[in-house]
Design a protein around this ligand. Structure first.
Ligand code: NAP
Length: 277
């Protein structure tokens, strides 16, 4: 397999047993302290990758670094920043590449929605949602391109959503997530000549401790059960760990033939939420 490096020059590191194809990969993941991003970072580090991640909350990054210290945590490089601040994100990509001696992959995972229902949102909500999901992904890819080219190619994964291809509120979120799917398809063609693969992953509603669906499960179990029964054929929401494994696959050379794809990881979920149409 190509593009396998040992990260920081001269640094020895512990690696886990089986070969999932990401060992030695140098990967930047945005939004890595909670939810899906956290699971991606933990899986990549456990599988022997060198991982750079960012979030706005410094304390959470420190906590994560401490918790990973025992299992290859020296492979983790963190920085507190807001991904919607272009210069900070670009500097981080540069710093990660310097730290690891290059980059083999990037994952645009930070994302979310601003504002409420269609008639309650204003232009600022639309702009903020666009910037957080699409703007940050575009700038991350642009900043990473020279490093991925230098590595002889690489893998870009954009975290979209079931809301990017199935109708449901909030519309500003779905529209931005839909744009990420288009971005992956077009960038795959644009960057393919450089050996850079680009794919979009669309998680279904993920069951994340303390987050929306987990809260609904605890606070309104009847509504949650109705949602799961109506929209998920197996009656269970997808776990972020399941999505993280697909992201790791796309970062690995095992997926060398996959580019421009949109991969839903949603357990065949139908509507994205019980507030749907
Ligand atoms: N949750 C779901 O059910 C679901 C379903 C489909 C798709 N998705 C997508 O999956 C991705 C992850 O979602 P999640 O629910 O796992 O996220 P989350 O739990 O809200 O975690 C978001 C992570 O991103 C960081 N973050 C948020 N805004 C940031 C910013 N402006 N700059 C830097 N870091 C930022 C957070 O740390 P700080 O707050 O400290 O910055 C945290 O580490 C998103 O793109 C989301 O749209 C989620």
């Amino acid at each position: 397999m190509r593009n396998v490096h040992d990260g920081r020059a001269g640094a020895a590191r512990q690696e886990s047993g089986g070969d999932s194809g990401v060992r030695g990969k140098r990967v930047l993941v945005t939004g890595g302290t909670r939810g899906l991003g956290e699971q991606i970072v933990r899986l990549l580090v456990a599988e022997g990758a060198w991982v750079a991640t960012c979030a706005r909350t410094e304390r959470d990054l420190e906590t994560m670094a401490v918790s990973l210290a025992g299992e290859g945590g020296r492979a983790l490089f963190t920085r507190a920043l807001d991904v919607t601040e272009p210069a900070r994100l670009e500097q981080f990509a540069m710093a990660a590449a310097q730290r690891f001696g290059g980059l083999d992959g990037v994952v645009a995972c930070a994302g979310g929605s601003r504002g409420g229902g269609f008639e309650q949102t204003d232009a600022a909500d639309w702009a903020a949602t666009w910037e957080l999901n699409v703007g940050h992904a575009v700038r991350l890819v642009r900043a990473a391109i020279p490093h991925l080219r230098d590595a002889g190619g690489g893998s870009v994964v954009l975290i979209s959503s079931i809301s990017g291809w199935k109708p449901g509120p909030p519309i500003q979120y779905g529209a931005a997530k839909s744009a990420q799917i288009h971005l992956a398809a077009s960038l795959a063609r644009e960057l393919g000549p450089d050996g850079i693969r680009v794919n979009a992953v669309s998680p279904g509603s993920m069951l994340i401790p303390g987050r929306r669906w987990d809260r609904m499960r605890r606070e309104d179990p009847e509504r949650f059960a109705g949602f799961a029964a109506a929209e998920l054929p197996g009656g269970e929401l997808v776990a972020p760990q399941e999505v993280a494994r697909v992201v790791a696959f796309l970062l690995s050379d095992w997926s060398s033939g996959v580019s421009g794809a949109h991969l839903p990881v949603d357990r065949a979920q139908n509507a994205p939420s019980p507030d749907g149409y």
